[in-house]
Design a protein around this ligand. Structure first.
Ligand SMILES: [Zn+2]
Ligand SMILES: [Zn+2]
Length: 331
């Protein structure tokens, strides 16, 4: 089969590699679509420490089961269309056993630490495959994974019913979070992004107010802040806009050594809560349902998928901030 092989940071090619075969408990999925996300850029650039090289990246995908190990076929038969949770948890460390699998001490993931879906085929544990209803195409199916991360984020935040919200970053994750916030009954949601075209999409998806810079909100106070940029200065700016009793969800990925300044007096005196959200935790099935019943509409985010041999061009468009969400269609 053909697959993207990343030999070392900065160096990838379309290669002919052996077709995967299903190991015990596994199925092989023919990939319909695989999304490119910020983590893929970090893996390509050598900035995602757990990555072993060479590797085939790609962790946001959907496709059709074409082969199944004997012990897996009763759950996920050949011919089933599925979206795949890329998370690989050990199940026996202290955190897995306390129900926090996403913080597993032996955390691994398809496309991050083992070969992923920028390929025609990928082998995955049957337990990670979730059936897709027929009316969801492969590109929408590939949006289950980022939506599952957003669902976990909203769960971490708790009820937002009636709360005023400021959301920074109107990329893929921001626009999915926006729809979940609106769906969960948040009060007016204000979205901040530098790119006016993205704010137009945010408006269509339920943003009550939009701004191109946090400074436009000086003097306004919000009950909830959600950052989907990962930019430390932006996160600090959002924290400064929180009302007393305010809650901040740090969703975007910052550099590991970045720091922000937060007044401990405010945390004490104003009862400020800061919450993080890391990947997926039992949020994959709800994400399938939210897309299946139309509660979340990913289509305004999507560009026409590109073939495998345009992987480099797709990365270039992501880096250039062109469009919102790009997918590779391997065959
Ligand atoms: Zn991702
Ligand atoms: Zn574990």
């Amino acid at each position: 089969m053909r697959a993207i092989v990343l030999d070392r940071p900065g160096s990838f090619r379309v290669a002919d590699v052996p077709d995967p075969v299903p190991g015990p408990g596994q199925v092989v999925v023919k990939v319909e679509c695989c999304g490119i996300c910020g983590t893929d850029l970090h893996i390509v650039d050598g900035e995602f420490p757990p990555t072993p090289y060479p590797i085939t990246p790609g962790h946001e995908f959907a496709g059709t089961v074409v082969a199944s190990a004997a012990d897996a076929s009763y759950r996920v038969p050949v011919g089933a269309r599925v979206a795949v949770d890329p998370s690989l948890y050990c199940g026996h460390c202290r955190r897995c056993r306390s129900g926090r699998d996403n913080l597993c001490e032996n955390w691994a993931a398809i496309g991050d630490t083992v070969d992923g879906a920028f390929a025609e085929y990928v082998a995955v544990p049957a337990a990670n495959a979730y059936l897709l209803p027929d009316h969801l195409d492969g590109q929408v199916g590939a949006m289950v994974e980022p939506l599952a991360c957003s669902v976990h984020g909203l769960r971490r935040l708790g009820s937002v019913f009636g709360d005023t919200v400021v959301l920074t970053g109107a990329g893929t994750m921001g626009l999915l979070l926006l729809q979940l916030l609106v769906h969960a009954g948040a009060g007016p949601v204000t979205v901040v992004d530098r790119v006016p075209e993205r704010l137009e999409v945010a408006r269509k998806l339920g943003a009550a107010l939009v701004a191109t810079d946090l400074s436009a909100l000086d003097g306004v106070r919000f009950e909830v802040g959600v950052d989907a940029t990962g930019v430390p200065a932006v996160i600090q700016g959002v924290s400064a806009l929180l009302d007393r009793g305010g809650r901040l969800l740090v969703f975007g990925v910052s550099p590991a050594d970045a720091a922000i300044s937060l007044s401990p007096f405010r945390v004490y005196n104003d009862e400020i809560t800061v919450t993080g959200s890391m990947a997926i935790l039992r949020s994959f099935a709800p994400a399938v349902d939210l897309l299946a019943n139309g509660a979340v509409d990913p289509r305004p985010l999507l560009s026409e998928p590109l073939p495998l041999d345009q992987f480099g061009e797709a990365l270039r468009r992501v880096r250039a901030g062109q469009g919102i969400k790009w997918h590779i269609r391997p065959s």
